[in-house]
Structure formats: C-alpha cells, structure tokens
Write a protein that binds this ligand. Structure first.
Ligand code: CA
Length: 709
C-alpha cells in the first residue's frame, strides 16, 4: 500500500512539474505554485516529503525527526556555513522555520514574518503586522513568536496583540485578519498556529495576568470562526459553552472566573488525522496558588492538561490532567509527540509529553489512558504517579499552605517550550531539560491584580514568601540552579539513556535525523550535533548568539541543509545572557563542504554603570526598590547584573535619566515595548524608582572597584 502511495504521490508531482511552464525559483509564480500544493493531503503525508518542512513540528506527529541522511557522523566534519541572514531585531527569536522547495518562511520578534530564498540566502519579502508597542507588556516572556502554519498558498501568523493573520505566501500581502482575543485583557499569542482539516487553530497566553484560556479554529480560506474550546469554565451563572465546561465547573470552587482561571493553550498541539483528534496542551492556573482562585480545593479542570478535541466541532473527546489543582505554574503546554510504541508486546498509538512538572507521560492517544509517567528530572513535589487513577502522589509539603517549601522542578519546569524530538531509529526522545527548584510560599497579602510580582496590572502569581511560616528544604536540590542538560529518554524502558550537561541553562529545541544525529543550539552561542545513540559530541559551530529556537533540515536541489535561527531573548533572556554581547537575530544555514564567512556585527559599545548622584534617603531608596520590584523587575534585570536583551537600567546613559519621567510616565519608548506607566505610577513614584537605580548603581560600582564581589 505504502509503495503505491509513493508512486501515486510522485507521479502526481511529476505531472505537475512537467506541465508547468519554466518559472524562476524564488519568483512569485514559483512560490505560489509550490505553496499552493501544501494542502490537507500533503500535510497528512508530511513524512513522505522529507525534503520540505511544511508544518511546525515537521509533521502532524510533531516528532521533529527527518528522514534525510546525507549529513551523517562520517562526514559531519565538513559541515560548514552555506549562508547567513541577519534579521535585525535584538529581541528573542524562538521560531521553527517552514521550508517548501527551497523557500523558507519564518517569524522573528514582534510577530514579523520573513520569506527567504534558501538557494541564495536572500530575503524575498517581509511582513510586519505592526503590533503596537503597548502590547509588549502583555507578553510575559519577550515579544517572541514560535512559528507559522502553511496551507494552500498562504502562511498564517498569530501576533503578540492577539490577531491571527493569513498572508499570501508568494507576495507577503495579508489576505484576512481576525482578532482572536479581548485586547483589553492581557492576552498574547506567541505560539505557532496549526492547519488541520482546513482549519487554522490558535491558542493564546496570559495565565500570569488573569485571563481565561481557549483555543479557536478558523476556516483557513475565509477566516470565519468554526469553533472555540475554552480550557477552563467561566461564570457558572451564565450558560456553559458545552457539556465539558459544565463538568469542569464541578472541580472549581469560589469565584475563580473573576481571576480568569488560566489554562492558556500557548504552545503545543499535535494531530492524528486518522482519529481526527487534535491534541492541545493547557497551561497553569491564574493565579498560581489554588487557595486564592479555588478556595475550596478541587482539581480545577482543565488546567495543566492534555486535551483531545474532535477536529470537526472542537468538542472534547478525552482529557488527561497532569497536575490536578495546579499550584506551581506546571503547564502542560510543552511539546507533544505522537508515535506507535510496542508496550508489553502490544503496539499502542501513543502521545508523549514531558511537561514542566518533571514526569514523562505516555498516553494511549485514542482513549487518554495513562500508560506510564516517570520522572525525567529530579522531582520532589510528588512521589510518583498512580497509574490506576492517573493521579500524582503529592508530598504533603508541596502545596506550601502551612509551610514555605523548596520545590523541584520549579515554575521554569523540568522542560519548558523548547521542542524535544523523537527518533524512531534509536527509539529515543531527546529532551532539552533543566534541573531546578525554588522556594514557593503564598503571599499572605496577595490581592488579585494588585500585589505580587506585578507589572502594574497584576502579575497573577501570588507566590512570595510568608516569613511567619517554617521552610521545608530539600538537600537533594543542589545549586547552582537552573542547570541545562540534554537528555536521551527511552519511552519504553522509561529511563534515561544518556545526558549532556550544558554549561548554561535554557538551551534550545532539538532536531533528530535518520542518520542518527541530534542537533541543538545552546544559550552560550553554540550549535552542536551529537550522536543520538550515545551523546558523543560530533560537531560544534560557534555562532556568538545565544540560541533558543529549534533547528530544521531540508533539501534544496538535492542537497541537505540544516538551518538554525539564533536570537537571544525569551523569558530568561530578557534579564540574563550567556554570551559576551547580544547580537541581532540571524539565520544560519549549513551544508556539507561549505565555508561561508560568519556575519560581522558592529561591536556594541562597552557600557559603564551610571554615575549620577542622588540625595535620596535610605527610606526613599527602599521604597524605590519595592516599586522597582513591582513594576520593572519582570523585564529588567537587577541593577548591575548586566541584563539580557532588555537593558540593565544601571547602565543607562545620562540622557536616559534626563528623560526618565518622559519614558516611564509618558511612553517615550513605547514603540520599543517599554510600557507607559502614566496611569499607574505618580511623578513621585518615578522619582523614587530613578533614585533607587542611581543609588544601587553607585553601590555596585563601589563594590566592583573594591574587588569585593
Ligand atoms: Ca505560566
């Protein structure tokens, strides 16, 4: 059957190719022709065209595994730079590009879309959705975007300000646009849409800011809304949207809808075209601490869950909740992979996920039955997962209600959004993982949208430390944290096979190939290939830019290429960096035997800590510190630490401090994403913050010059 499928498929292409007039590669006609062929049939059979990369995770199974094997361990020494293209922005780049017949489509920061000719390494078009700068503050974790969907001559992007836009792939001209979220609330889109069954599906983020999560399907041709599935129930006095919401509402108490509830579906999806089930991962509770959003307890469905939705109407087929009563920011929005595994001599259609909570889950994706759940990093919040009930066996201290507790993993997760990959040849899943842990407490003074680690509109977390409670520590959580590692995980034996310890945390997504290679970028600026069997490092290119995105591989005119888009930023990258400088986002493309020079960037000026005297008293400085924590510290690093892709304000120029009030209270830098705090901070507040920065810079400078660090 499969052979006939191939024959049919390739003869179909041959006829198309033979009949069409000769068009120049990279021309509008060429791009229109090749992208128009990306239809349901091709998307379903994504594995049969390994030369292209036409959907986010390479195929609907999202395994990020490529059949290509020209590049292999015996020739990888000659893998070199074919071309590079500087995108310009110094904000984070998290995108997985799409490629069809040598034409690449990708997203950069601020939801900007690029089309690139891979034959020449040149830009074909750019589409800027012109997201207003004021929406920058609604993205908790940088103005990033993780990618596009492609279908019948169009590419689709979700924007930071909550729009879904269809763009003509040949010209970069928008075709339709829908606003998918209430823009008065703190919704944002950073995830890649998927096209399934003729529908573009997109979720959103914002569970740290008091929103209610959902995922929506739009007709890919017209943009008309077909269905929407909310991930948590709304006000039960209003009609429930569907029976699933009525059922979910029984697992909540109090007035959760006033806080949004959370459960945002901000990243992972996968699709089984045979079962016609779309799998969606959901996020954390809003606020994080359950007793504040659902004071009588309860599982709080469908937080931190894997949902199987019928693709036709968006109705729930089944769900599996990884973390009932979520209280740790343990999202299950992490990457999901579909495959078949032989488990106890039975072939099972499975779904695999390594969510933030530290357990690697294998589910039967027809029914949602839990097949296994095993810790892939150090976990102390639960002793394990009961396979009968599917529920975690929580440790008593882990809810930090009577105590403050050191919990592993923490809110950054044992694994975050960085995509993993599954190689059916080695049988291993490669996970960009983290060792970490943090103290959790419940801020006794928390009020929704008022206090907490806030940006003025209510960072809806409510952690913080209650000093009157004892602290439960865990000697097995050892610093320095977080530590980045790459894990090879055997999903059948339910154990780790090998591990690479990275010198820096937060390393990038993964690609694996039929030749047994595993590619990964690192946050200290390397692009590395490993032997998938044993983790031996085979190849290493120094990019000088921290990498967080996933690489892809494809063929152009019969030659295999590997592309990685480097661009430092993201949640951690806003405040920290692991390279000497932050250079602009750049596409790097590699092939065997190529030796193109690396791009040269203008060297950033060496900045000095600001030297401006302040007459503020200690008390005023302390008040300024508190305001800084509430309003600035979500994005800006602590003074003197150096900062990430958002400046350390201690290194601001005299000119910046001269216009400090204009910037903070009048939105002078709004176009860069710096919020206008005019309605939230008084003149006097801003002076207090300014003086705190100046005083702290002075302190750090004195400490540095005395050599006492
Ligand atoms: Ca979160």
């Amino acid at each position: 059957m499969k052979i006939f499928g191939y024959l049919f498929f390739y003869s179909y292409f041959f006829i198309l190719t033979a009949c069409r007039p000769v068009v120049q590669n990279g021309s509008k006609e060429h791009i229109n022709h090749i992208t128009s062929q990306v239809d349901d049939e091709r998307l379903v059979r994504g594995d049969e065209t390994p030369g292209d990369w036409i959907t986010h995770g390479r195929n609907y199974s999202e395994n990020r595994y490529s059949e290509l094997q020209q590049i292999k361990s015996t020739n990888i020494d000659s893998l070199g730079l074919a071309w590079s293209l500087v995108l310009g922005s110094r904000r984070g780049v998290e995108a997985t590009p799409l490629v069809v017949d040598g034409i690449m489509f990708l997203t950069g920061s601020w939801s900007i879309v690029y089309a690139v000719d891979c034959r020449k390494g040149t830009l074909i078009w750019t589409y800027d959705p012109e997201v207003p700068g004021k929406f920058g503050e609604k993205a908790c974790c940088d103005v990033v975007n993780r990618g596009l969907a492609m279908y019948r001559g169009s590419v689709f992007v979700g924007t930071i300000d909550g729009r879904l836009i269809s763009i003509d792939a040949a010209t970069g001209v928008p075709q339709w646009e829908v606003v998918t979220a209430d823009t008065s609330k703190y919704y944002s889109i950073t995830g890649a849409p998927r096209v399934v069954d003729g529908k573009v599906v997109i979720g959103n983020g914002g569970a740290e800011y008091g929103v209610r999560g959902y995922v929506t399907a739009y007709d890919a041709t017209s943009g008309e809304q077909i269905w929407r599935f909310y991930t948590v129930p709304g006000n039960p006095e209003l009609p429930f949207e569907n029976p699933a919401m009525e059922m979910a509402a029984k697992t909540w108490t109090g007035e959760w809808w006033k806080y949004g509830g959370g459960g945002t579906a901000w990243d992972a999806m996968a699709y089984d075209p045979e079962l016609k089930l779309l799998y969606v991962g959901t996020g954390n509770g809003s606020p994080w601490v359950r007793k504040y959003r659902s004071p009588g307890g309860g599982d709080n469905l469908f937080l931190s869950s894997i949902l199987a939705l019928h693709v036709e109407d968006g109705q729930l087929a089944w769900y599996y909740q990884t973390t009932p009563g979520e209280s740790w920011d343990y999202t299950a929005t992490q990457h999901m992979i579909l495959t078949e595994l032989e488990i106890k001599e039975v072939s099972r259609k499975v779904l695999m996920q390594a969510p933030k909570n530290g357990f690697f889950y294998v589910l039967d994706r027809r029914t949602g039955e839990l097949l296994s759940a095993d810790p892939y990093v150090y976990v102390n919040w639960a002793q394990g997962v009961d396979l009968q009930s599917g529920r975690p066996l929580e440790n008593e201290f882990s809810r930090y209600e009577k105590v403050n507790a050191m919990i592993a993993p923490n809110y950054e997760g044992g694994h975050n959004w960085h995509p993993m990959a599954y190689n059916p040849v080695t049988g291993l899943v490669y996970i960009p993982a983290l060792d970490n842990g943090s103290v959790y407490g419940a801020d006794p003074n928390w009020k929704s949208h008022e206090s907490g680690f806030a940006v003025g509109n209510g960072w809806n977390a409510a952690t913080g430390y209650d000093p009157d409670k004892p602290l439960v520590t865990d000697s097995l959580i050892k610093g320095p944290l977080p530590r980045g590692k790459l894990i090879a995980w055997d999903p059948i034996k339910k154990q780790q096979v090998w591990q690479i310890d990275h010198p820096t945390p937060w390393n990038a997504g993964v690609l694996t190939t039929a030749s047994g290679l595993v590619f990964q970028g690192t946050t200290d600026g390397h692009f590395v290939a490993y032997d998938g069997e044993n983790g031996e490092k085979l190849w290493d290119a120094f990019l000088n830019i921290g990498v967080i995105a996933s690489p892809i591989t494809y063929l152009v005119d019969g030659i295999q290429y590997v592309t990685i888009v480097a661009g430092w930023g993201g949640g951690v990258g806003q405040k920290m960096k692991f390279t000497d400088h932050i250079y602009p986002g750049t596409i790097f493309t590699y092939a065997l035997g190529r030796k193109s020079p690396y791009p040269e960037y203008p060297k950033p000026q060496q900045k000095q800590l600001i030297e401006l005297r302040t007459e503020a008293t200690e008390k005023e400085i302390a008040r300024g510190a508190s305001l800084f924590t509430t309003y600035c510290a979500l994005c800006h690093a602590s003074i003197g630490s150096g900062g990430g892709n958002i400046p350390d304000l201690g290194y601001s120029s005299r000119e910046t401090f001269q216009s400090f009030h204009k910037i903070v209270r009048e939105g002078a830098l709004l176009s860069l994403g710096m919020p206008n705090f005019g309605g939230r901070l008084s003149e006097q507040d801003v002076t207090l913050i300014r003086n705190y920065i100046l005083a702290t810079a002075e302190k750090v400078r004195k400490r540095n010059s005395s050599g006492d660090k």
